[in-house]
Structures are given as structure tokens and as C-alpha cells.
Design a protein around this ligand. Sequence first.
Ligand code: B12
Ligand code: SF4
Length: 532
Amino acid sequence: MFPTLVFLNFLGITNTEKTKYTIQQLNSRLKVLLISPMYNSSIVAPCLGLGYLASALKKNGHDVLILDGLREKIEYNPSEWDIVGVSAMSTYFPECIEEVKKAKSYGLKTIIGGPHIICDPIQSLIDSGADYAAIGEGERTMTQLAAGLPPAQVDGLAYWDNGKVVQSKQSDSMIGDTESGATTFLMKENMYTLQVGKLKRDFQLNIDDFGRPDWSSIDPRTYPVAPHGMIAHAHPIAPIITTRGCPYSCTYCSAPITAGKRMRYRDPKNVVDEIEMLVNDFGVKEIQIEDDNFTLNRKHCITICEEILKRGIKVLWSLPNGVRIDKLDKEMLLLMKKAGCVSMALGIESANQRILDMIKKELNQEIVKKVVQDVADVGIETVGFFMIGFPTETKQEIENTINFALELPLTRAIFAKVTPLPGTELFDLWEEKYSETGKVDWKTFNYYQFDADWADCSFEEIAKLQTRATFRFYIRPKQLLTMLKQLNFAQYKRAFTRLAKILLGARTYNTVISKEGTIRRDDITKQQIPSM
Ligand code: B12
Ligand code: SF4
């Protein structure tokens, strides 16, 4: 197709409108505005997802601007843009809807994407009224759409057809084994499809093809000192990802859905090239590796460490998203430390084997004790991730977890209230057994405010235990002093606001927020979703 025709097709412009656009947009590139909405957050960090999208679109000749609501005001001149893309996690899906409404009121085409949309694409399209939703990684979807492919032929797209939400073409040739709740299909060379429930999501196997995020759009120097995990060991800080996916099936986690269950690795040299570029060109002093499972493949981790050392790159790095405890060993930890690793979060979740088995964590207390000690001995900071309030969990079991956290040589700890993220087994369970009204308030999906009402003690009790756990953990002289020493002046306000929210009790905080943003989930099974 000729570029103009392609462009008009993409915009969904009718014949009568064509002349106007043909004159205005002849041979023009698409102007794409990507928005990460403004939402309630004490963490302000570059948005890698939009960075990758910008990079893919720019490579294909389009003009792109990222507006990050946590960094700048979302203000734009509608006449300068052809399409607006808005990103969302569940907690700020209501803000995403607001941005979509605003863009649509200007007559702009809209597409939504991001973790929440991947987990709940059809309902998200219905709730937001956007024109399109990206059901998987956005790079391919966005560039195909921008290139003018008809929606039905675009990989991983949900869109409207005669007033109904439909999904673009699907693959049926199954090649993989059925994994718990998910099936792997081959879609075409270099792609695989993950099926969760009725919906299939596409993932590209070779993630080196994505290149790097467009760092000029998410320049780490334009962000305040408010990184993931709150503690900055040096600044500027840049997040990167070296792998995508996680093969585990923890029932509370949406990473295998948003990033796929098949582990995909970037070439370690390529990763270290990016680190080197961030250090040299952007003055980055700390790298935050945001992988879901950075140490799963020992060789991948070791090669990256050796390459950093070989090139003599002076940079600190941390793992704030957490790694699996059973995928660490002393030899690797020593190398990681030598290569600049200063801190790592560890997914511990519970001290109770009954709970660990129930949530399919594939972990036990003995290994946790040994490895946390190993990490501490090597001199890398440890952040323990714990979760309280699982279905049927008793007060005693929660107390066990808190006491266990206090026994471990951890630098910091986070006690999260279990929240059933959409797409996860826990969400299905909540919808089936515990949801009485069918209503969800996405703003409460933040590990502090969601009352699933499924534990063997009340939401109030869990909230109190969460507050007490945080208090008991940080009031100890060693933890308190380390924390105070690590926070630089700019971080104090953010860190203490966050801590105050936890200590003042999530209940009060909850009632304020849950008055707004309540969204009814339609029964999507009633919607016909024809496969194309
Ligand atoms: C880094 C990170 C953060 C950073 C985000 C920084 C930022 N500015 O983006 C911080 C620390 C702030 C954060 C916070 C939270 N996070 Co977080 N986070 C992550 C993490 C580890 C990596 C994200 C990432 O960069 N991925 C790499 C990029 C390439 O992928 P991506 O972001 O998904 O983007 C791709 C697609 O989604 C899509 N896409 C994205 N945006 C758009 C937009 C358009 C228009 C299109 C077409 C496509 C598209 O294309 C992108 C490129 O492929 C993920 C885990 C994961 N595996 O993704 C969890 C994850 C996204 N977080 C999650 C959660 C739950 C949270 C919190 C609620 C946790 C908390 N304790 O409060 C908060 C929510 C924020 C808030 N305050 O309300 C969940 C999201 C689940 C959900 N349903 O939304 C995830 C999946 C983790 C999990 N294990 O379940 N998080
Ligand atoms: S919690 Fe960790 S190991 Fe479990 S599925 Fe999520 S990313 Fe994978």
C-alpha cells in the first residue's frame, strides 16, 4: 500500500474525510504521543515499556514524544498528534482511562497498553473506550498498526468491530506442553503465544531485536532521586531489563502473564554495551536490573558480571524487583559483588510451608535461611519481600512470617498485603469465590489497600499486623541506622511519607481512595470474542 493510504487506513478515516487528510498528511510520518499517567506514587523512575515503544516507532520513521505524568505535566496540543498511547498498571488504570477520555475528546485515536491491559485486555478496552488495546508486548503491535496494517492483521490487538470487542488473528498450531494454566503455541518464526484462560498473548522470542529503549525520551538525568526500593546508592539511576519472562507459576504474580512464561535472554554483551552507554553518555551511576528472574540462568548472570569486570565499568547495580532465593549460590554472589552489585531483593513471601505450597512458590525455610545469610556474608544488602493475608491464612501464620523476617539478617523488609492481580490464579479464585459485588477499585491494587476478605482473620487485623511488622522491623537500631544513613536528603520526604502511610494504617487511607474509581466488571464471557 502507498504510505498515505496506509496512514489513512490506520487512522480509520472515512472516504469523505480523506481529501482533507491527504492534503495535510501527504507523506507525513505518524506523530505518536505516549503517556504514562500521573498517579499516586512515591517512586518516580524511567518507564522502560514506553522507552522500548518509542525506540521501535522511531526506528520505523515515526515521531514520538513520551509524557511521563510523574516527571512532567501531561499537557499537549492535540493538533500536533495523530494517536495517543496510554500505559497502565492496575493501580493507575483509572488515570489511564482519564487520559484516554481526554484524547478522545480532542478527536484523537487512542491505544492502551501495559501490564494491566495485558492481564485484562477486553474489559480494559470496554472500560476505557479506547480504540485499541495491545494484548502483549507493544513494540510489534504498535509498529504494525502504525504501518497501516488493518487491525485484524496486527499481532496482539483488541479493537472494536461493529460495537463489539474483537481480537486480531490467532494461531492454533500447538507445539509446546501445557504448563499450569498456560499453553505455549508457535505462532510463526520468532514468536510464541501464551494462552491464559481464553485469551492468547504474543511474545517475540529474540528480544535483542527490540534494541534498547529510546533513552533520550526517558533520560535518567531528568528523574528525581526516587528509585524503585527507595534507596539510591548513587545517582542518576537507570532501570534496565536483561531478560523477559518467568517460567514459575506463583499464584499471586502476574509477571509470567505480562512478560511470558518462556524465559527470553538478551545477549549479555549487548546488555553490557547498554550499561556502558548509560554510564558514558548519561552519567548513570547505578543500574537497577528489573528482570523478574535475573539469576535463573547462572551463565547469563555470570557472563554479564564478567563482562562488566573485563571492561572495567565503574557502576553500582541492584536488583530491586527480587530474585529467587534458590537461584543464588556463594560463588555467584561473590562475583556479583565484585562486579558492583550492592543490593538485592529476595522473594521470601511466607514462613509457612503450607502457604508456600499453596501459592506454588517452590521454596522452603531452610534454603531461605542459608541463602539470606550467604548474601549478607558477601556484603550485599538484602531486602526481604513478604506477603501476608493469603486465602485461609491464620493470624498465627502471619505472626510466624513476621517473626521469621525479624530472625533473618535482612537490611530492609517489605510486608505486602496479598492482592489478587488480574490474570493470576488468585484473581480467578477471588472472582469465583469471594467477590460479592463484581466491583473492583483498581486504585486499591497496591498491596496495602485491597480487602480480599479471604484470610482467616479480618482486613483490620491484617492491616494492624502489616503496620506492626514494619514498625517492629525498622525500629531495631541496626535497621534504623542503616536506613537513615542510606537515605540522602532528597529522599527523606518521600521515604517518610511512604512509611507514614504504612504506619498510619492502610484502612484510613483506603476509605479515602476507594470512594472514587470504582469500576464495574462486565461479564466478559457474555461478550462474543470471535477469533480472526
Ligand atoms: C519496574 C517495575 C515497576 C516500577 C515502574 C517504573 C516505571 N516508571 O515504569 C515501579 C517500582 C514504580 C513499580 C510499581 C508498582 N508495580 Co511494578 N513492575 C515493574 C517491573 C518489575 C518491570 C516493568 C518493566 O519495565 N518491564 C519491562 C517493559 C519492557 O515491559 P512493560 O512495562 O510491561 O511494557 C511493555 C508492555 O506492557 C507494552 N506496553 C507498556 N505500555 C504500553 C503502552 C502502549 C500504548 C502500548 C501499545 C503498549 C504498552 O509494551 C511494552 C514493551 O514491550 C514489572 C514486572 C514485569 N515483568 O514487567 C512490575 C509490574 C509491572 N508491577 C506490578 C505491580 C503490582 C506494581 C505495584 C502495584 C507494586 C506496589 N508495591 O505498589 C506498583 C504500582 C505503582 C503505583 N504506585 O501504583 C505488576 C503489575 C500488575 C498489574 N496488573 O498491573 C508487575 C507485572 C509485577 C508482578 N510481578 O506482577 N513497578
Ligand atoms: S514471584 Fe517471581 S518466581 Fe514467582 S512467578 Fe513471579 S517472577 Fe516468577
